[in-house]
Design a protein around this ligand. Sequence first.
Ligand code: KIV
Length: 283
Amino acid sequence: MERNINIYMKNTIETFRKQKLNGDKITMLTAYDYSTAKLIDQSGIDSILVGDSLGMTMLGYDSTLSVTMEDMIHHTKAVSRGVENALIVADMPFMSYQTSIYDAVVNAGRLIKEGNAHAVKLEGGATVCEQIKAIVDCQIPVMAHIGLTPQSINAFGGFKVQGKSQETAQRLIDDALKVQEAGAFAVVLEGIPSKLAKIITEKLDIATIGIGAGADCDGQVLVYQDMLAMFSDFKPKFVKYFANIGEVMTSAFMEYSKEVKNGTFPSAEHCYKIDDDIIERLH
Ligand code: KIV
């Protein structure tokens, strides 16, 4: 008898490679918890990034610098429970890989073994190629991240667009080629001019994932609270609101408060019943 088996193929780094080859744009969003990851996965998004941006969007820090390995593992585990198809990439937090190649390998391994991520992401170009190579040698796929790398905010003197001079633009091209050579399967291009991102994308065999890097990258990533207008501390130029969920949530919270205060919630349909004769026998 023929069995009707519903096989879901998970996205892998091979999917990224094919998408780049076929010119099929790669979609990526951040997620940090089970429920959101499940919704994103069910929407058919190719990849989920458990970004260290969780330091700002979930934990309320003013940068990503305080995020720990424990924070990343905790949130990556939650995301992985909600995902069937998307490729899960977990960020390596500040100082989990810069300190030594040993630290980089051990911490990348923890995100895979304890967090159940499929790949890790780390920030930097030429300076972290030894780490990328060592992690990839352990069979852990690495996504690189160059340009406006948030972990360098103190060195950059703020969240500033990178690669606008000939020297810095050339350095970013060289960095992109070096992380590819070190074994990265993709590279995030953040906060760089669109024309520079186009050149980098054309030069690389691996996929480029843009955020504030224009439409010519092989894919795009956004922080989900940004694209849903849920994070109001600031709005970078590259963010588009695809829905105003922040406003929807606020009005739902206000309506809940009103109904609790005026006694209309909970109504009979939200309450559990018990037989009256049992109630009468209680003392
Ligand atoms: O942490 C993050 O969410 C990121 C994206 C902005 C690329 O690194």
